[in-house]
Design a protein. Structure first.
Ligand code: HAM
Length: 416
């Protein structure tokens, strides 16, 4: 029996990988222009890092982590997200001593043991960005402007930005209690899961998809009505800056996030193109996180984009393997030897050159050249070997020119 990939973990094949490369390349360029530098952290971290940052009562920590003991009995976890590892590295490497503002981005695989479906996988990829060191609402607006710009840059317009504020440690407890009181009176209508968690993580009830929970929370108190003066002012400024930067958004006061580290501004980029997995990107502020992990008291904000979801939304215009510049068709062993040397020479000069390795007929070789959509072809037989000249055929224009075989690099350069 042949071995298959693990459920919910996918290969990215040639033909698809070009879209991934495009999305990654544009992220590097756009984020670079906004002053962000790349950071790479290990895929495995100590389990404690995620429990302490994401929160013990979240779905991720309660049931979705790939956790195992190594041979020395240390509990390790495949990272379910990128923010906590970046904060761990930021603290460990004292990045705040280099500059009071750290702007970092990352891309790579994350792991969550979720039920796989379209847009939801067990190994998935995020492109994320984090800013550490600034409390000013300008940075909230800038991060959102960058996210908005990236989506415009890659040609995806069918997304909507929703924002909310979750308050801070000063005002959130009052809201939390108001919500618990409200839910207590409606306990019978809640699903089993929400009956269990309405005291441990009451905000999650607002996010529950069960119809009973949805109905029961229709008139639930709004977090925005419970913000303290400072959080209220911060949120108002974020909105007015977004208006000034012409970043369209709407306020969704029911938006809660599945990770506990958020305070104040939170946001999601949503689409109706992906069924129930409607968030293509999400993030928010996490002002107490660095300190709670043993670092300096510094605010932070960031987001992560789900790369698989982006790929699903991107029409596959890019999804084509790059075509060869030249296909060298050879007749006979001697010509094949010469073609092989010429092909390698071309490749060393940056051209995509291809040939046959299986002694196929000329007809079969030309069929393959067509299938690969090679831009040029050259046929090399005995007479071409003797004269050192051959016809370079332009497959797009249906024209051909006599050229010297030894000047293929120059000839192709001239036609680039
Ligand atoms: P998150 O909302 O858990 O936030 O994930 C961010 C994005 O990753 C989601 O909006 C979605 O596009 C994608 N994603 C999440 N889970 C899956 C999955 N199982 N399969 C496919 N895509 C998925 C975070 O991870 C935070 N660290 C974001 C952040 C950065 N907050 C501040 N800085």
């Amino acid at each position: 029996m042949s071995i298959t990939a693990i459920k919910g973990m996918n290969d990215v094949l040639p033909g698809q990988v070009e879209t991934w490369q495009f999305l990654e390349r544009r992220a590097r360029e756009v984020f670079g222009a906004f002053g962000f530098s790349e950071i790479r952290t290990p895929i495995v971290e100590k389990t404690e890092l995620f429990c302490r940052s994401i929160g013990e009562t979240t779905d991720i920590v309660e049931k979705e982590m790939y956790t195992f003991n190594d041979k020395s009995d240390n509990s390790l976890t495949l990272r379910p997200e990128g923010t906590a590892p970046v904060m761990r590295s930021f603290i460990q490497n004292r990045l705040n001593t280099l500059d009071p503002v750290s702007k970092l981005y990352y891309m790579g695989p994350m792991f969550r043991y979720e039920r796989p479906q379209k847009g939801r996988y067990r190994q998935f990829h995020q492109i994320g960005a984090e800013v550490i060191g600034v409390e000013d609402p300008k940075i909230d607006a800038q991060v959102l402007a960058m996210l908005h710009h990236y989506f415009q840059d890659i040609g995806i317009s069918s997304v909507a930005l929703q924002i909310n504020s979750l308050g801070c440690p000063a005002c959130r407890p009052t809201y939390r209690q108001a919500l618990i009181d409200y839910l207590e009176a409606r306990l019978v209508s809640l699903c089993n899961e929400c009956q269990r968690r309405y005291t441990t993580n009451p905000l999650r009830v607002l996010d529950c998809k069960a119809s009973g929970c949805k109905e029961a929370t229709l008139d639930a108190p709004s977090v925005l009505e419970h913000l303290c003066g400072e959080c209220d002012e911060h949120f108002a400024q974020v909105q007015s800056l977004l208006d000034e930067l012409a970043v369209p958004f709407s306020v969704n006061e029911r938006m809660v996030r599945g990770l506990d580290y958020y305070v104040r501004t939170t946001f999601e980029l949503v689409t109706d193109q992906l069924g129930s997995q409607n968030a293509v990107a999400a993030g928010g502020r996490y002002d107490g996180l660095v300190e709670s992990l043993g670092g300096p008291s510094l605010p932070g904000i960031g987001f992560a984009i789900g790369l698989e979801r982006l790929v699903l939304m991107k029409d596959d215009a890019q999804a084509q393997t790059a075509r060869p510049d030249l296909f060298l068709a050879a007749l006979g062993e001697e010509a094949a030897q010469k073609a092989f040397v010429l092909m390698t020479e071309l490749q060393r000069n940056g051209f995509r050159a291809e040939m046959d390795y299986q002694g196929k007929s000329l007809k079969a070789q030309m069929r393959r050249a067509n299938k690969l959509k090679s831009r040029f072809t050259v046929i090399m037989g005995e007479s071409e070997l003797q004269s050192g000249r051959a016809e370079l055929k332009d497959m797009d224009q249906s024209t051909q020119d006599q050229i010297a075989l030894d000047s293929l690099v120059e000839e192709l350069s001239a036609r680039r």
